[in-house]
Design a protein around this ligand. Sequence first.
Ligand code: GAP
Length: 435
Amino acid sequence: MIMKKENKLEKIVSLCKRRGFIFPGSEIYGGLSGFYDYGPLGTELKFNIKQEWWKSIVRIRDDVVGVDATIIMNPKVWEATEHLEAGYSDTLVECKKCHQRFKADEFEGICENCGGKEFTEPRHFVTMFKTFVGPAEDSASTAYLRPETTAGIMVNFKNILDSTRIKIPFGIAQIGKSFRNEINPKDYIFRIREFEQMELEYFVKPGEDEKYFKEWVDSRFRWYQSLGLKNIRKREQSKEERAHYSAATTDIEYEFQFGWKEIEGIANRTDFDLKAHSKHSGQDLSYIESESGEKFIPYVIEPSAGVERLALAFLCDAYIEEKERVVLRLHPKLAPYKVAVFPLLANKPELVEKARGVYAGLKKDFVVAWDDRGNIGKRYYSQDEIGTPWCVTIDHQTLEDDTVTVRDRDTMKQGRIKILELKNYFSAHLGETSP
Ligand code: GAP
C-alpha cells in the first residue's frame, strides 16, 4: 500500500474512531466543535502518556512534588496575572459571507471555508470560559475555567513550602484539565477547547534561571526521544511570539502533516507570577535561603505540554502502512494493550481454558487483550493496527510443555517462551525510560 501524505491524517482519524481511540464529543447530537471524547484505547494511551510524564518529572526525582488544584479558582487569580487582558484573549475576524471566524494572527486574507474575501474589523475576544459560582448570575459571582494549570501551582507555592522540606531549586508538577474558547479549533485534536495539560513549575534562584532553562529544554527533548518520537525539533520563540510573562521560550515541535507545530513549550516565566500573586493577595511569597538567609522571589522555569497534542504526535509518528498491514509502532510503554492472548482454535475447550489462564495471569501486571475470533493472521493484524507490541498464542504444544508463541509486532517474528517466563520477558522489554 502506498500512502499519500495528504490522506494520512484522515486515515488516522478513521482508525481512531473505528478502533475506539477518539470520538467526536457528543457525537449523537452532531458533535461540538473543539471537543473530543476518548474511547477505551484512547483513554489508555492518554493514561500512559501522563504516567510516563509523571514518572520522569515527579517519581524518579527528589526535587519535584505534585499538586492537584481546582479548575475553577478565585477570579482574583486571573486579575493578578493579567490573564483577562494580556494572556488569554485573542483578536478575531469574521468572514462576511459564511461567518467563519479566524484568529487575526493566522488570517491570510481569504476564507479557507468559502473563499470569501470580505471580513469584519478585528475584534478583541477573551478565550477564557466564563461561568457563575452559586445561584446568582452576576458579576460578583463570575468565575472562569482555568486556561492553564499554572495558577493552581503558583497559589499553592507557600502551602507546599510550609508542608514539605523541599528547598530551592525545586519543582511542583500538575496534570489536569484546561479550557480555552479557541476561535478556530482545528487539525483534529491539535487545537481543541477542552484538553489536559502536564505542567511543571521549577523554582530557581534568580540568576540561575538561564542554566535551568537550558537543562529543562534538553531534558524534555530527551524524554520524547526516549519514547521513540521522531520528527521533532527545538525552536526558540521570537520576542513578539512569546507570552506576556515570558523572558525566553523554546518550543518542542513535531512535524505534523499540516506543518511543524508546537507540542510543548518551555518558558522562563521569571518572577512574574509569584510577584503578581504576592502583590494582589497581600501574602509574602518570597523564599528565604536557609544557608545564607537571603530572601528573594524565585524565578520559574515552566515545561508545559498538552496530553492530547502529544497523543496526536505519537499516533501520527507511529502510523505506518506496510504492504499487507497497517501498524501503529507506538513505544511499548505507550501502547494501550501491551499483550494480546489468543487460543489457536476457539473451538478446542482445552486450548481456550489454557489461554484463559495465561490471560488472567498476565492481566495482574499488564493491560492485556483477548481475541479468539477469526484466524490467527487476522488477529495479528487487528492488534498491529492498535499498536499491541506482543501477541501470545496458546497452541497444542502448550498443552504438552507449557510454552507459548510470542509474536513481535515490529519484526513479526515468533519465538517460544515458557508461560512462567512471560512476565519477566515483557517487564524486561518495558524497561524504564531515563529523562
Ligand atoms: N502554562 C503555559 C501554557 O499554557 P501554552 O503554550 O499556551 O503554554 C502549553 O500551552 C501546551 O498546552 C501546548 O504546547 C500544547 O501542547 C497544549 N495546548 C495549548 N492550547 C491547546 C489547545 N487549544 N488544544 C490542545 N492543546 C493545547
